[in-house]
Design a protein around this ligand. Sequence first.
Ligand code: NAP
Ligand code: F7E
Length: 347
Amino acid sequence: MKKALITGITGQDGSYLSSFLIGKQYEVHGLLRRSSSFNTGRVDHLYKDTHDPSAKLILHYGDMTDGSSVRKVLQEVQPDEIYNLAAQSHVRVSFELPEYTADVVATGTLRLLEAVQDYANSGRPIRLYQAGSSEMFGSAPPPQSETTPFHPRSPYAVSKVAAHWYCVNYREAYNLFICNGILFNHESPHRGETFVTRKITRALARIKLGLQNHLYLGNMEARRDWGFAGDYIEAMWLMLQSDKADDYVVATGESYSVREFLEEAASQLDVDWEKVVKIDSRYLRPAEVDFLQGDPSKAERELGWKPRVSFRELVAMMVEHDFEQAKQECTLRDAGHSVAVRGAAYA
Ligand code: NAP
Ligand code: F7E
């Protein structure tokens, strides 16, 4: 049985990847950061008590800002594959928390690489996937491919570029099997509620059922290449099954504006969005990424990877999920419970 270690296991991608790897008979270990409240909601359905011999998901406390914990978990688990997904991944928030973002995303990756190098030095084979991002391309004109130069536009993106180059450097210097995935935006019902797609589908569903009145957005003209997270985690795994460690763009090849995403979601829910959407400048960014559209032909050619879920199907999947959630909120409200507006400094 193969063992995988996933940092960022409680995030959107961590949850899809865990489920996928368990389906492939892996024993999955995850680095869990300590929180004062439960933060395992996305993987709870995969979790069994560790005393149960059939448990396939094992969680370990650790934090990318604490190199000793990363090293200890690696030594304890002895994985065949590591998926480094942990990040302060919100671009707008990275302007508020630049040093922390760099510590987790850039230096955190370096801490992991140091631990991996020592581990590999003792003769144990290991493969590492690094979660790179289309944000690294920033203002480079589309379509963006593996040969497009990076021009990052946020502390998050700069940190991901640093992590990317640390990985290339450790691959070349120490002959380690490390793949950088350069993934374009990917979404799902597990997407964090403050990213624009989920913010839109959740708010429109709540508006439809009378749970809120307005949706406040920033730049509606930004264009993104949006795919389904469940498709993208398969590309991560394929990279680590390949004969050669390399870097790959993972994208759909299509691009839509935030406005187009909004129009599609509103039409599926039959909501007149122009009556409920307002612009709030607090959601604008000090530097924006205007146009991302990936060229995934290398991943298709070399890994045999292709996205399965279309843009419309993705919107439908998210709308359906959030409409069901909003209906549950209505049931609670009708039973006399208060329905809270969840807090986030920046959505
Ligand atoms: P996400 O939902 O924001 O999940 C991030 C994960 O990192 C969570 O499990 C989070 O834990 C964990 N984390 C944050 N800070 C940590 C720390 N100091 N130590 C340990 N863990 C920490 O992100 P995602 O959408 O799944 O994305 C996965 C990875 O791919 C990230 O690296 C992201 O930057 C990158 N990426 C994402 C996209 C996309 O469109 N989704 C595209 C390209 C690249 P908590 O649950 O406790 O917060
Ligand atoms: O913004 C615009 C915003 O926050 C998309 C992360 O997973 O993908 C994600 O980063 C666009 C931007 O994602 C709002 O200005 C308008 O142009 O959903 P987002 P992102 O910044 O593209 C990349 C690939 C990652 O690697 C990241 O980790 O939408 N936008 N109005 C808004 N965005 C937000 N969040 N909220 C708004 O109200």
